[in-house]
Ligand binder design. Structure first.
Ligand SMILES: NC(=O)c1ccc[n+]([C@@H]2O[C@H](COP(=O)([O-])OP(=O)(O)OC[C@H]3O[C@@H](n4cnc5c(N)ncnc54)[C@H](OP(=O)(O)O)[C@@H]3O)[C@@H](O)[C@H]2O)c1
Length: 146
């Protein structure tokens, strides 16, 4: 399938499945928007995407922060003037890594996980949908069963 000239926004794209997704879409001719927190890692992914012949855009954003999510979507539209595919992929690892229910940090850990894994997806999708309606685009959500 060709994704020639499609604009694909991928969160959590500096490593793992997100990085691989960015590279594969680039190979298929798409412009990719690489969104994550670590600029060094994102630039490496972007360099590989550009090597397939398409422009990419790197945006440093913590998607648990509302203003950074909005700025990321705004920058995407400013640069490419459209959005075809949103890939919600960012992940904060499971709550189990935050010790236990009696160390006093459980609510902090819960809020951090929900802000990244769930709220950010809802927020990104709500801001992307008006643009996706215009392009008859798609949303891809990547999650664990948990
Ligand atoms: N790998 C698997 O076998 C597997 C299996 C089933 C499902 N999944 C799902 O696939 C998705 C990706 O998994 P993965 O294995 O590729 O994980 P990963 O390598 O840890 O990638 C997740 C990315 O999300 C970024 N991220 C975390 N919090 C963020 C935030 N607040 N703002 C922006 N970026 C943020 C991480 O950046 P930092 O490095 O800065 O934290 C990281 O680059 C997850 O939803 C996971 O549950 C994975």
């Amino acid at each position: 399938m060709s994704f020639k000239d499609k604009v694909v926004f991928i969160s959590g794209a500096s490593s793992g499945i997100g990085a691989a997704t960015a590279k594969e879409f680039s190979k298929e001719g798409a412009y990719v928007v690489i969104v994550d927190r670590n600029e060094t890692k994102m630039e490496k992914v972007a360099a590989e995407c550009v090597s397939y012949g398409k422009k990419s855009l790197v945006i440093k954003a913590d998607v648990s922060k509302d203003n950074e999510v909005k700025a990321a979507i705004d920058k995407t539209i400013q640069k490419f003037e459209k959005l075809d595919i949103l890939v919600n992929n960012q992940e904060r690892a499971g709550i189990i890594r935050y010790e236990n229910f009696i160390d006093g940090r459980i609510l902090e850990a819960y809020d951090e996980l929900m802000a990244t894994n769930l709220r950010a997806t809802v927020h990104l999708t709500s801001l992307a949908v008006p643009h996706l309606i215009e392009t008859k685009g798609s949303v891809i959500d990547i999650y664990s069963i948990a």
